[in-house]
Design a binder for this molecule. Structure first.
Ligand code: FDP
Length: 281
């Protein structure tokens, strides 16, 4: 799998250049989830696909920005689902954005994800790799990634980040968030999944949630490109991830662009989610 990690490093160096000098405006296209694509989303997607196409061990890829699975090498072993540049709404205001990759075997299901990578494009470029039961962070220096540290979560954290608008939260989600504030948690939400989840991982714990809402009962975040890669990363870091009633990595996928409500955190916070949701749904 090393050649895949190397390919992601190479793509990330290119994407950083695109973010630095590229056009941050909107394109005329929508992706399959109905989001207007930015020119940067499309440019990043092209870079990644071009680089993955040169790797013999990759059987097929599917991008959040594309409708269908793209077959690459019949004899390849790995399937990759990726979101080339997550957090499009933050690009124009210069907040951090990121790429997310889920590496699967056999098929694109939660049970078959074996590794995950995400890259944060912020004041620094950092890459986090979840594989073989551990989570490792690398930092970009002069076009090359250097190992910095392993990441592990504490049993309990101090920050909470929750998506959508309160107007659309179900009552049990409002109860959960209010309870956390009463217990002393700090709100830390940029609106970018990658930097928000990265912050919780690096600060040792807390909760990131994107619930099912009145406008999006199945949540907003996509299973293959966003939820499963981070679920694996949080589990490998010693935390947990859920859909509100069960382990996120037990969620079933019927379509590559399926979404699911999702919660990622240290074990203590995920237990809190399960308790509150069980009592109040
Ligand atoms: P964005 O729409 O900017 O691409 O993946 C979608 C995402 O960002 C996540 O990065 C982020 O956590 C979430 O949507 C934010 O959604 P809300 O604005 O509804 O909170």
């Amino acid at each position: 799998m090393n050649e895949i990690f190397e390919a992601i490093k190479k793509a990330s160096v290119e994407i950083q250049k695109i973010i630095d000098v590229g056009d941050t405006g909107k394109s005329e296209n929508e992706n399959s989830t109905g989001d207007t694509q930015l020119k940067l989303d499309i440019a990043s997607d092209i870079v990644i696909e071009k680089i993955f196409a040169t790797i013999p061990s990759i059987k097929a890829i599917v991008s959040e920005e594309q409708e269908a699975i793209v077959p690459l090498n019949e004899d390849g072993e790995y399937l990759i689902a990726y979101d080339p540049l997550d957090g499009s709404s933050l690009v124009d205001v210069n907040l951090s954005v990121g790429s997310i990759y889920g590496i699967y075997k056999n098929d694109f299901t939660a049970q078959n994800i074996i590794a995950a990578v995400y890259v944060v494009f912020g004041p620094r470029v950092e890459m986090v790799v979840a594989a073989d039961n551990c989570v490792k962070m690398y930092k970009l220096f002069n076009n090359s990634f250097e190992y910095i540290q392993d990441i592990t979560l504490n049993e309990k954290g101090t920050i909470t980040a929750t998506g959508s608008t309160q107007m659309c939260w179900p009552d049990h989600h409002r109860i959960l968030v209010n309870k956390m504030f009463k217990d002393g948690y700090y709100l830390r939400y940029s609106g970018g999944m990658v930097p928000d989840l990265h912050q919780i991982l690096l600060k040792g714990g807390g909760l990131f949630s994107y619930p099912g809402t009145t406008d999006k009962p199945k949540g907003k975040l996509r299973q293959l490109f966003e939820v499963f890669p981070f679920a694996l990363t949080y589990e490998f870091a010693g935390g947990a991830a859920s859909d509100g009633s069960k382990r996120a990595l037990d969620v079933e996928t019927t379509h590559i662009h399926d979404t699911t409500p999702c919660f990622f955190g240290s074990k203590d916070e995920i237990n809190k989610v399960l308790e509150v949701y069980k009592e109040n749904v």
